[in-house]
Ligand binder design. Structure first.
Ligand code: GDG
Length: 728
């Protein structure tokens, strides 16, 4: 096992320099705690920006050496780079678009993009300078979207994980970015790509398949034959730490002081970084309505609002701060009394102990972001409620809402509903509070930060295992040499070849995938050897196979085995009927009639639904609907569904390629069995053949075959080489 390298924009520490003296202090962020168990281990490393501009070389060296003892490695960035890569591109393009604020806040500047690329390269260089074979690299967040791709180029065999901490937007938003393809390609350099929620993962897959020529099978995207896993890992917190904090004397002291100070009042807390995505203004408006419409709560309720300064050099953030200041000022000015201030507002960070005291004593926690990747504040509140009371009001737009379903969930755009939620919370019976809080505490504790890290690392290991088992099964020169040797020594060979996707690539139009001259020559020379029986075994109909291959000395099997050409004659499988078509065809036609691009192919003993040319997404949806409508009819008629590559075929249960092949094996005592195919239907052949047969899967899907080839080019090359061996 090699070492693990964590990479993020910021290092998990704060570096400060005063009078040329370097000092560092630990950061309390959730990520720093969670990954602490990893990077602090011997040999492991965290690479990132130390948080301030350090230009002087001697100071850089000093910082590097201080950090190196803590397993940290700095990437130094100039103020210019911070302005363009971090502020300009990450925070003015990616952040707004990924949080669905495209039109108001996004600004696209080519120079910022250039700088974003350069800084990602800088990070790549820093990693390459320390990475060794066998290392695991885990890249974090939107500032480094290009890094996995750069690393894949520099270190092709490395193990790379990527996690996005903010939402991944729907394709309609993502497509707005001028550099969208580079970004997706960059992320796809990873082996495992993690998101907080299933929606984010789905949005990413949608964008990848719409923008790039990649194939995707459920949550695995195949990039140049390298499977990349897309997964959901909702990030958790160190729940035990927040629980333990509440009993610390420093915390209890503050709790006592606050309880004394706010005696008889109900308390609501709100804690966020300054950001337009956090919905702070809407929250204030909801509180304002509460006081306006429900005067009975005046002097009874206090909102403690902490806004932590962030990005306030960016004009939009400054503007937001001004609006918040004004809104708070207005509400306080309007309702305050001599001994009651409705909003206790702070624009500064607090020590963790104060946060803990607030979490512990607040009756209600108000978390209403307009969009949030996850949101950890709500989980910290839940973890701090050791008495199992208190109410969480949570925006359904936060990733955490997918887990904390026992919160009062609100749509943050509906300000009136936030006011209603506050009212509901203020009046919630203790029993109900406990019931909800208990359920949320168990969710927060089960999926805590350690579980998050563990799940991610395990899945990264799994996908690497899958890749390496595929690589060891990939036909190399050595395996090819071994196959040739056997081939040359044998004299009764059967070579079973699928057609579409195996001998030729997929075409949009099924008729345009006709054989080319090179293929004819190849099949000609293979079958010219009297020791070879070459079988073309396809799902296509027999007239089609006859037209293309009838003149060659090949055995032909059409419609997955329903038809076979024996001794120059086509014969259908005994006892097949097609009466069932009268019932099935009309159903399929109703779907084809309302799905532009879809069509139905009628074969003698099957019906095929083709949706390759249908708008992506719609094709899959209609196919699912159609299958749902057909379910009972299929059962009643003894039919089966074959799911192919953008096709679904309905046919008699008795027909399958495996059965057709078994019948052929009876006809001779073959000493060389080889089968090549790319489709699900070819799996029946692989399974039907004895264990010593040379079964070869084309592509990257999981298969029962013993070996893998990348595509039709490689298949042809292998067959070509075999014929040469036979001649020599
Ligand atoms: C990004 C995503 C995702 C806040 N004020 C103080 C303070 N905090 C701590 C909180 C919490 C953290 O900061 C904020 O975390 P969030 O998750 O709420 O938000 P982002 O910083 O925007 O984080 C987010 C997260 O990444 C993780 O993947 O959940 O969706 O946007 O831990 O406690 N800590 C201290 N003093 C404060 O005044 N000490």
């Amino acid at each position: 096992m090699g070492k693990t390298i964590i990479v993020s924009n910021r290092l998990p520490i704060k570096v400060s320099i005063e009078n040329d003296q370097v000092s560092t202090s630990a950061s309390e962020g959730g990520l720093a705690t969670g990954l602490g168990s990893i990077y602090q281990q011997d040999g492991n490393l965290w690479i990132g920006w130390p948080g301030i501009e350090i230009t002087e070389e001697s100071l850089q060296q000093e910082v590097s050496s201080q950090l190196s003892s803590k397993n940290l490695k700095p990437v130094f960035l100039s103020q210019d780079e911070i302005n363009q890569y971090y502020e300009g591109f990450s925070n003015e393009v990616l952040w707004p678009i990924f949080h669905y604020y495209a039109s108001i806040y996004a600004s696209y500047k080519e120079s910022n993009w250039e700088c974003y690329k350069q800084v990602n390269e800088k990070f790549c260089d820093a990693i390459v300078s320390v990475a060794e074979p066998g290392d695991t690299i885990w890249v974090h967040d939107y500032q480094l979207l290009l890094l996995p791709g750069l690393l894949r180029e520099a270190l092709p065999d490395s193990t790379i994980g990527f996690f996005l901490h903010i939402p991944f937007p729907s394709f309609e938003l993502f497509r707005l970015i001028p550099w969208r393809n580079d970004l997706i390609e960059g992320i796809l350099g990873a082996d495992l790509i993690g998101f907080h929620t299933f929606d984010d993962a789905t949005h990413f897959i949608q964008s990848a398949i719409r923008l790039l020529h990649v194939t995707c099978s459920s949550n695995v995207i195949s990039v140049n034959s390298r499977p990349v896993l897309i997964e959901t890992f909702p990030m958790g917190i160190d729940d035990k730490k927040y629980e333990a904090l509440t009993t610390e004397p420093a915390v209890q002291e503050q709790v006592d002081t606050m309880r004394d100070m706010f005696k008889g009042k109900r308390t609501i807390i709100s804690i966020d970084r300054l950001d337009y995505s956090k919905g702070i203004l809407q929250r204030l408006e909801a509180f304002n309505i509460l006081l306006e419409k429900h005067p009975e709560y005046r002097e009874k309720v206090i909102l403690h609002m902490i806004v932590v300064p962030s990005r306030d050099s960016v004009p939009q953030y400054q503007e937001l701060k001004d609006h918040i200041d004004k809104a708070v000022g207005d509400i306080n000015a309007r309702y305050r009394t001599l001994d009651w201030n409705p909003i206790n507002y702070f624009y500064r960070p607090f020590p963790l102990e104060t946060l803990s005291a607030l979490y512990y004593m607040a009756d209600i926690c108000l978390v209403t972001p307009m969009r949030d990747g996850m949101n950890l504040v709500c989980k910290e509140y839940v973890a701090s409620r050791t008495n199992e009371d208190g109410v969480l009001i949570l925006s359904e737009m936060a990733g955490a809402a997918k887990e904390l379903i026992d919160a009062i969930l609100v749509n943050p755009n509906n300000v009136a509903s936030i006011t209603d939620a506050i009212l509901q919370a203020l009046n919630m019976p203790l029993e109900e509070q406990k019931q909800r809080m208990k359920a949320m505490r168990s969710a927060v504790s089960k999926f805590n930060i350690n579980q998050w890290v563990k799940n991610f690392m395990e899945r990264l290991y799994d996908i690497k295992q899958q890749q390496s088992s595929m690589n060891t099964r990939r036909i190399t020169e050595v395996t090819e040499g071994a196959i040739k040797k056997i081939y040359d020594k044998t004299s009764q060979r059967i070579i079973l070849l699928d057609y579409d996707g195996t001998l030729v690539g997929f075409k949009g139009d099924i008729n345009s995938a006709s054989p080319d001259e090179e293929l004819y020559e190849l099949l000609g020379s293979l079958s010219a050897d009297s020791a070879n029986r070459v079988v073309l075994i396809s799902g296509r109909n027999y007239t089609n196979l006859e037209e293309w291959f009838g003149h060659l000395n090949l055995s032909l099997v059409a419609e997955h085995g329903a038809w076979q050409k024996q001794n120059g004659h086509w014969e259908s499988m005994y006892g097949l009927t097609d009466d069932w078509k009268q019932q099935i065809l009309p159903v399929m036609e109703t779907y084809a009639d309302r799905t532009p691009g879809a069509f139905i192919e009628e074969k003698d003993f099957s019906l095929v639904w083709h949706y390759r040319k249908v708008e992506k997404g719609l094709g899959e949806l209609r196919t699912d609907e159609m299958i749902g409508s057909l379910r009972y009819l299929l059962n009643d008629n003894g039919l089966q569904l074959l799911m192919g590559n953008k096709v679904v075929e309905v046919k008699n249960s008795e027909i399958n390629k495996g059965k057709a092949v078994l019948a052929m094996l009876q006809q001779n005592d073959y000493d060389f069995l080889m089968a090549v195919g790319d489709d699900n239907t070819d799996e029946d052949i692989f399974k039907a053949l004895p264990g010593n047969a040379l079964t070869i899967k084309v592509g990257t899907n999981i298969s029962a075959a013993r070996f893998y080839l990348k595509g039709p080019e490689e298949v042809r090359q292998l067959l070509e080489n075999l014929t040469h061996a036979a001649e020599s």
